[in-house]
Design a binder for this molecule. Structure first.
Ligand code: 13P
Length: 263
């Protein structure tokens, strides 16, 4: 392809206090500092953001939040707004992770507002989509992905579509050790890419931006299976949960992205 820079993102979920985060980034940075042609990001808890932005300043590791409210400010106890993240130097935000959809009632409608609010604030959104095991068994994977992608991107103007990253995370593969096969990952991600060419997603009639949008695979990615996934034609990177908590393993995954077809 030559046009999509590989993207390796870690999602720490609810792990690491601020002091643990600081120790982690100090050990990670020297291991990834020589890596060129790969975008690296860590999606960390809110309480780690400040220390991580400070420690990662001037490095090739971007710092992302894991969630965000769509409004600028207001009576939303316990929430964090786009300008709060932008002002402390956050680069982007993970949106619609399946844990947030399933455990915290995140809806496609709220996500559409969040994706567009993130772009407006200068934050790069990573929109997560993916089917359950029951949906896959019932041959409903494509229907589910079509719905999530269309709804999630419904408020993104087509000229901003290339600034959105999509993460395909089949729910049955998250935290299970049951990684999608190369064929399953490629099929689902090429389906998502085809959706991006669809006029229902990008209605402007302008140039087709689908080939420039980065789409990641997530779900039980390890240093052992990352290379095979990263070689797939439509897979532009990986979103790594458990394996991102270990600096050595995460840096091995970053190294696996160097020299992949898109790099
Ligand atoms: P695991 O890599 O631990 O399966 O988690 C995947 C994930 O949810 C990343 O967002």
């Amino acid at each position: 392809m030559g046009m999509r820079v590989p993207f390796i993102a870690g999602n720490w979920k609810m792990h690491k206090t601020a002091s643990e985060a600081e120790a982690h980034i100090e050990s990670l940075l020297p291991q990834v500092s020589d890596v060129h042609g790969v975008d690296v990001a860590l999606c960390v808890p809110f309480t780690d953001l400040h220390v991580m932005v400070g420690s990662a300043a001037g490095s090739n590791v971007a710092i992302y939040a894991q969630n965000m409210h769509e409004e600028q400010a207001g009576a939303f106890t316990g929430e964090i707004s786009p300008p709060m993240l932008a002002e402390i130097g956050i680069d982007g935000v993970l949106l619609g992770h399946s844990e947030r959809r399933r455990l915290f009632g995140e809806t496609d409608r709220a996500l559409a507002a969040k994706v567009s609010a993130a772009l407006d604030a200068g934050l790069r959104p990573i929109l997560c989509v993916g089917e359950t095991e029951a949906e896959r068994e019932a041959q409903e994977t494509e229907r589910r992905l079509r719905h999530q992608v269309r709804e999630g991107l419904s408020r993104v103007p087509s000229h901003r579509l290339a600034d959105v990253v999509i993460a395909y995370e089949p729910i049955w593969a998250i935290g299970t050790g049951n990684v999608a096969s190369a064929q399953q990952a490629q099929e689902a991600i090429s389906f998502i890419r085809a959706l991006l060419s669809d006029k229902a997603v990008a209605p402007s009639g302008g140039p087709d931006v689908a080939p420039t949008v980065r789409i990641l695979y997530g779900g039980s990615v390890t240093a052992g299976n990352a290379s095979e996934l990263l070689r797939l034609e439509d897979v532009d990177g990986v979103l790594v949960g458990g394996a991102s908590l270990d600096a050595d393993e995460f840096s091995a995954i970053v190294a696996a992205a160097v020299g992949t077809p898109e790099a």
